[in-house]
Design a protein around this ligand. Structure first.
Ligand code: GLU
Length: 517
């Protein structure tokens, strides 16, 4: 077996090169993260380069989104030019922006012309009509769809004449028709491709823009990129890149192609099976540290018995050689689990900061300057009261936007529910009403100074014991009366947070609901 290539330790420089065609996806985030981790581990440089040479596919606002997302997850890039204009707003003063390929067009053109000059590339004047014809013929013959090399064989005079006549042209790479192009990949070992199967790739398009292949080889060389770490979908393009490096007389970087990401049903990870954009997860209140931890483990895990990794820890232990070559199944239940773990580690003021925006956007809490009110009732509440509500649901919450539905019953005048659910097991409505009236008399006597979860619990449990009742007979109707739900935190905690007045109001409301049935 050929030896696996190892990541060399000389001046590590890596780049993440997203195209601004939409939101950054989970797969893109993993590529960015592995590049970042590798750079940090090796004391290298992490570069962000925007691959926007395919202007037709570029989407307005996508660049800003990519920058915002990388900043949100904490993947700061290390170098780049100072940028003018809209992107500035997203980049702190004095910090570098990403490299942007559409601002470097002259460079690619000069390099394409250099290849033509030395015979490694050629002008192609074929019209789209002719290319469609070749394609149709190859499709009919079930052959490979490739350029037929027609313009490679033009005489110098024919070429000159076409150029003088102002005919549109592209520049194509002159791929040898025989032999193999091979390279070593850190993750997939030795890879080779038959040259006969490699198309004469377009390098410069007729609008003067470079293709991805030319632009990124030129940039990777000029930016002294030592390792190209990218998704497996780019593996078939790599021999074209190797040929380009050779044509320029440059040493190629070391390659590492990351495994595919699959849905649990082993189809390719796609939008159709659920959310794949990082933005979707940010909006649902997932924590950046949980998302980064989750994404890191899609293809790499240094230890069988550890799942929790901070960015700093990963940057210490990451090894490119340890990334799996086999596809990685994305199990979003694990993300929920991880996010829950991270949420539970937050203290109450951190949780308040995380959850408040979700309570506000759900219309439960209104904030004006430093004043908070319950939107439905106009009642003023303190941040510490809101914090208690949030902390109560800390254990149940998987992601922060769930806080609104979990705690909604605290932010209403009286919760709405079907009075039937007040009955525990086989209880009749009358029995439930009687239990609630009994609880009301007990709690009315509870002194204000003892209105806390512990002492309320003590009062109610003592009464249950003394009367030889079952816990559920009292606590179930009480819990439903306070929350309007069959599943909720304990009635003692809810009562303590609601306060005596609201607690009694809700109990009486439940009794009247049963009686007016
Ligand atoms: N723009 C390409 C992408 O969107 C970059 C591929 C590469 O890293 O070479 O994935």
């Amino acid at each position: 077996m050929p030896k696996k290539q190892t990541a060399s330790l000389t001046a590590v420089r890596v780049r993440f090169a997203p195209s601004p065609t939409g939101f950054l996806h989970i797969g893109g985030l993993r590529t960015a993260l592995y590049n970042y981790l590798f750079a940090k581990k090796e004391g290298g440089t992490f570069i962000l380069r925007i691959d926007d040479t395919d202007q037709a596919r570029s989407v307005e606002g996508a660049l800003e989104h990519i920058l915002k997302t990388l900043q949100w997850v904490g993947l700061e890039w290390d170098e780049g030019p100072q940028l003018e204009g809209v992107k500035d707003k997203l980049i702190e003063k004095g910090k570098s922006g990403p490299y942007i390929q559409s601002q470097r067009l002259d460079l690619y053109r000069t390099h394409a012309l250099q290849l033509v000059e030395q015979g490694s590339a050629y002008y192609c004047f074929c019209t789209s009509k002719r290319l469609e014809g070749i394609r149709a013929e190859q499709t009919a013959q079930k052959g490979l769809l490739m350029y037929d090399g027609f313009c490679k064989n033009l005489t110098p005079d024919e070429r000159k004449e076409k150029l003088h006549s102002g005919a549109h042209f592209v520049i194509r790479l002159n791929v040898p028709s025989e032999g193999k192009t091979s390279f070593n990949d850190i993750i997939r070992n030795h890879v080779d491709f038959e040259n006969a199967l490699i198309d004469d790739q377009v390098l410069l398009k007729s609008d003067g823009f470079p293709t991805y292949h030319l632009a990124h080889v030129v940039d990777d060389h000029l930016m002294r990129i030592s390792h190209v770490i990218r998704g497996e979908e780019w593996l078939p393009s790599t021999p074209k890149h190797i040929l380009l490096y050779r044509a320029f007389g440059w040493t190629p970087p070391i390659f590492a192609h990351l495994p595919l990401l699959l849905n649990p049903n082993r189809s390719k990870l796609s939008k159709r099976q659920g959310d794949v954009a990082v933005e979707d997860y940010r909006k649902k209140g997932y924590l950046p540290e949980a998302l980064v931890n989750f994404v890191a483990l899609l293809g790499w895990n240094p230890s069988a018995d550890q799942e929790i990794y901070t960015l700093e820890h990963m940057a210490k232990v990451f090894r490119l050689e340890a990334v799996n070559a086999s596809p990685s199944v994305v199990n979003f239940e694990k993300l929920d689990w991880l996010n829950g773990r991270y949420l539970r580690e937050k203290n109450s003021s951190e949780l308040f900061e995380i959850c408040l925006p979700f309570l506000a956007s759900a219309g439960l809490i209104a904030k004006r300057e430093h004043t908070y009110t319950i939107a439905a009732t106009g009642e003023r509440v303190t941040p510490s009261w809101i914090s208690k509500v949030i902390t109560l649901e800390k254990e149940r919450m998987k992601h922060a936007d769930e806080i609104a539905s979990l705690t909604e019953f605290f932010f209403v005048d009286t919760p709405q529910y079907d009075s039937m659910i007040l009955c525990w097991k086989k209880m009749t409505s009358e029995e439930a009403a009687r239990a609630l009236m009994y609880v009301a008399t007990l709690l009315e006597q509870q002194p204000d100074a003892s209105w806390n979860a512990l002492l309320i619990e003590e009062t109610l449990k003592r009464a249950i014991d003394e009367n030889g009742m079952k816990t559920g007979e009292i606590l179930w109707p009480l819990r439903v009366a306070l929350s309007g739900r069959e599943a909720s935190p304990s009635p003692f905690d809810i009562a303590a947070i609601l306060g005596k007045e609201k607690t009694l109001k809700r109990i009486r409301y439940a009794v009247s609901k049963i009686q007016s049935q």
